[in-house]
Design a protein around this ligand. Structure first.
Ligand code: CMP
Length: 141
């Protein structure tokens, strides 16, 4: 599944009504949207998604934030999807993100950073499966 990544438009970007502009960046960046949902995660779901961060100092803040409002999980397809999406969104802290990246333009802080992107092919596969049934992903399997 090397050409797939999991993106999430986070509650801060949804509340600011930036999802349309972010989707436009994604599409203009050459990604195909193969799956999309609009969901509000429970605290427990957010903890499950970010299980790898359990025990870190920001875990409580992160999972409270991610369950605080609607989000849009997206299955994105492109050659080199994981790395290219991370280039499109910029580094985790928007203060350090390059000009023209999604986080530079739409994120306010390290904790509320507008979008998530998988960090490896292995995690992309797990993260896509966390949110999507195969039948709800268009034509990639
Ligand atoms: P994301 O790409 O969704 O993956 C884990 C998230 O944890 C990350 O984006 C940040 O929003 C958040 N995060 C990482 N480090 C910190 C930190 N030091 N303080 C608060 N949130 C953090």
């Amino acid at each position: 599944m090397v050409n797939i990544t999991l993106a999430i438009i986070k509650p801060d970007a949804m509340a600011a009504r930036h999802q349309g502009k972010i989707l436009d960046r994604i599409l203009q960046g050459g990604f195909n949207v193969r799956g999309s949902r609009i969901i509000r995660m429970s605290k427990q779901q957010a903890e499950g998604f970010y299980e790898v961060h359990r025990g870190k100092p920001f875990f409580e803040e992160l999972t409270a934030f991610m369950s605080s409002g609607p989000t849009m999980p997206l299955v994105l397809e492109k050659d080199n999807a994981v790395a290219d999406f991370r280039d499109l969104i910029g580094v985790t802290n928007p203060a350090d993100a390059a000009e023209g990246t999604i986080r530079k333009d739409f994120a306010a802080s390290l904790g509320e950073n507008a979008v998530h992107g998988s960090d490896s092919d292995e995690n992309a596969e797990k993260e896509v499966a966390f949110f999507f049934a195969r039948a709800d992903i268009l034509g990639v399997f």
